[in-house]
Design a protein around this ligand. Structure first.
Ligand code: NIG
Ligand code: FE
Length: 411
């Protein structure tokens, strides 16, 4: 099957020599081709270039993209989109001034979602998550990482991971799964959380590994949650089963989480509101992708990670949605691009790099996704008619994605 997309106003984020990630000042660079064509063969990108160089040939399908741009699909490297119910009442409580602790005492927070996930059937979780996947496809996402973490018991964590496996089998999205056994501390383990860590190590990790359910392992390593010592124990256990870490760190405090991520060669460390010079120096020269979650910082009205300073120091930065019912109930990556520009003063090029190639790196798929390059998987979208690519972050709240192709097929 050969498809031609022709008369593309601007083909954005093309690479002739594909890189796995872009760092520092290179994040402001992004190559495009104006008045371009794109040829797809089966599920791969076969060729691209200016229309003036398109040779006479036949195709099974032709799409005229006059006035429209084409971009590689977003890679959303951090989500918790398997969950049951929603938490809007708790969000209103927060607006009324209730603290995190007061909300937790009323049965809110992560434990609220855990209770609902424990009670939900696997089918219900699957149906709800599949509907969310269909929604994020319409907003331009082509790859997504999904975490467990609302199970809190070995049974419920495994149930979540099996749901993610079924999503992988049935969705056209590229999906990576992460075991987040240590997301919160169940009530019955308060004051003896090392016992809960034992449960993660002795049951959740080996059971998930036995069924091949987890690509990565995550821990909420932060003040009030899991300590660096807890985290190290769990990451060592995960490493014995080949699970590379992608951890939550430094959302609440300079908790040592970033140093821990680098020490265990994590693929990414995520959130990073509390990142100082020491953390930046530690990340430099590592293979760990610093990942910022602008949706959570927006929704919780948190201080912002020092993204400009990180890029000036030479670090790469990725951005993801953190789609979850508590701190970021949206998986719309176009909004993340707008937040990147408004709240972190990123340029459009930096924001697009952060949400495609670098977030692809943060979920281990940037060798085959995250840019328009020959041989890469054909995951891209055609925009509505737009004047410039800077219009993408500028027109926040508007869906600029008109048509989506995943694995070379229109969805
Ligand atoms: O990534 N920070 C930890 N976990 C989630 C929030 C989970 C929740 O409130 O349900 C996050 O923001
Ligand atoms: Fe998260």
């Amino acid at each position: 099957m050969r498809t031609l997309i022709k008369n593309i106003k601007e083909l954005v984020q093309v690479e002739r020599q594909p890189k796995l990630r872009v760092c520092g000042k290179d994040m402001a660079q992004m190559e495009t081709v104006k008045n371009a064509y794109l040829i797809v063969e089966d599920d791969k990108i076969a060729a691209f270039g200016p229309m003036s160089e398109l040779k006479e040939q036949t195709f099974d399908k032709e799409v005229d993209a006059t006035g429209r741009m084409v971009l590689p699909s977003f890679c959303d490297s951090h989500t918790h989109l398997v969950y049951a119910g929603s938490r809007e009442i708790e969000y209103i409580d927060k607006i009324r001034g209730l603290s995190y602790d007061e909300i937790a005492k009323r049965g809110g927070g992560i434990l609220n979602s855990a209770k609902r996930v424990q009670e939900a059937s696997e089918q219900q979780l699957y149906d709800d998550a599949m509907a969310r996947l269909e929604q994020i496809i319409r907003f331009g996402t082509g790859a997504v990482e999904i975490k467990s973490g609302y199970g809190m018991t070995p049974e419920a964590e495994l149930k979540m991971l099996r749901v993610i496996r079924r999503l992988k089998e049935n969705s056209p999205l590229t999906i990576k799964s992460t075991l987040l056994g240590a997301h919160g501390i169940p009530m019955e383990y308060r004051g003896r959380q090392e016992k809960f860590v034992d449960l993660v190590i002795e049951q959740m990790i080996p059971q998930a590994a036995a069924e091949g359910l987890a690509d990565y392992i995550d821990v909420f390593c932060d003040a009030g949650f899991f300590t660096v010592e807890d985290t190290e124990r769990m990451l060592e256990a995960g490493a014995r089963y080949g699970m590379r870490p992608k951890i939550h760190a430094n959302e609440m405090a300079c908790s040592g989480g970033i140093q821990c991520a680098v020490k265990y060669n994590a693929l990414s460390c995520d959130h990073l509101e509390y990142t100082g010079e020491e953390e930046i120096q530690c990340l430099l020269g590592s293979e760990t992708m610093p990942t910022v979650l602008p949706g959570a910082a927006f929704f919780l009205n948190m201080q912002h990670a020092p993204v400009r300073r990180m890029m000036e120091a030479g670090l790469p930065v990725a951005m993801a949605s953190d789609y979850n019912p508590g701190s970021s109930p949206s998986g719309n990556m176009q909004l993340i691009v707008s937040f990147a520009c408004v709240n972190y003063r990123m340029l459009s090029e930096e924001a697009i790099n952060a949400t495609t190639i670098n977030s692809g790196y943060a979920m281990g798929v940037s060798n085959e996704l995250g840019s328009i390059a020959v041989g890469k998987r054909a995951n891209f979208y055609i925009t509505t008619p737009i004047p410039t690519y800077e219009y993408l972050p500028y027109a926040y709240g508007e869906n600029k994605v008109a048509r989506t192709f995943l694995n070379g097929k229109e969805v």
